[in-house]
Design a protein around this ligand. Structure first.
Ligand SMILES: NC(=O)c1ccc[n+]([C@@H]2O[C@H](COP(=O)([O-])OP(=O)(O)OC[C@H]3O[C@@H](n4cnc5c(N)ncnc54)[C@H](OP(=O)(O)O)[C@@H]3O)[C@@H](O)[C@H]2O)c1
Length: 253
């Protein structure tokens, strides 16, 4: 099958492209660096010619509120219009668990806009909502850092390893469109402050995590329901602790 992965050079996109290639599919890893740009439209129609499935794992280069919303709205509109013209049979997108509960955040307003465009389009679709990638812990710490202090709430979080996200996304991609949303999460639940504290300790980072129930997560206040999936979520197999130990070993190697 011919499958186009928009954002196919990114963290999840590159893993997905390699899984789909190994299964014998004809896969195009599309991104601005390979001449396919969903914002300007450059190369998009040519890339989608003959494609049965399109997977969107692109991300906004800027996390600033207005820029994120503009990115997901413009990219989504251009992509879905081009797919409709090309007769694409399945649009797959990667979103975030709890997106509709996190709308105080500009980033999540952007993801919500992306999802809403997909739901309103004519193309059959599947939205996979994932919890936070283990690889994203450094970015979470960075966004919450003031001086040498990282201010985070103790809200529940169920992080997932990016390899497990890519596996789940490959299964959704090759399945029938669900015309709805599916969730995927890691096997263990933690408190956000404790998880980042562990990540910083293992990676030799001297910053101190301070627990603050009013600390915002990319602009949104959290509770114990905000970031975790509902019943029936697919569960990845790799434990965060095993991943973080490997990350520490790599750092010292
Ligand atoms: N981080 C998390 O914890 C988390 C959790 C759940 C879901 N997600 C979602 O997962 C998705 C993928 O995230 P990621 O971390 O794998 O992203 P990433 O590594 O930042 O990669 C982003 C990709 O988007 C491409 N891209 C940027 N602008 C583009 C444009 N105008 N047209 C086409 N492609 C463009 C980039 O191409 P270049 O390399 O050419 O710039 C790159 O291939 C995101 O949509 C995110 O919302 C993330």
């Amino acid at each position: 099958m011919r499958i186009v992965v928009i954002g196919g050079t990114g963290l999840i996109g590159s893993k997905l492209v390699s899984i789909l290639n190994q299964k014998g599919h004809d896969v195009l890893a599309a991104s601005p660096n390979s001449g396919v740009n969903t914002i300007t439209g450059e190369g998009l129609a040519e890339a989608l010619t003959g494609a049965q499935i399109v997977v969107d794992v692109a991300n906004s280069p800027s996390f600033e509120d207005k820029a994120v919303l503009e990115f997901f709205e413009t990219s989504g509109r251009n992509l879905l219009a081009t797919e409709a013209a090309a007769g694409v049979a399945h649009h797959v997108a990667l979103s975030v668990v709890g997106t509709d509960r996190l709308l105080e955040s500009g980033y999540f307003r952007g993801k919500m806009a992306q999802e809403n465009l997909i739901r309103a389009s004519r193309t059959p679709y599947s939205i996979l909502r994932s919890t936070q990638f283990a690889d994203f812990m450094g970015a979470i710490a960075q966004a919450a850092t003031e001086g040498q202090t990282v201010r985070l709430s103790s809200a529940a979080i169920q992080p997932i390893i990016s390899d497990d996200v890519a596996q789940a996304l490959a299964a959704v991609t090759l399945g029938a469109p669900v015309n709805g949303m599916v969730e995927v999460a890691g096997p263990d639940r933690f408190q956000l402050d404790a998880l980042v504290r562990r990540f910083l300790a293992v990676t030799g980072d001297a910053r101190q995590v301070v627990t603050d129930p009013n600390a915002r997560y990319f602009g949104a206040l959290l509770n114990d329901r905000s970031l975790v999936p509902g019943e029936g979520a697919r569960i990845g197999t790799t434990r965060f602790e095993d991943w973080v130990q490997r990350a520490a070993l790599k750092k010292t190697a």
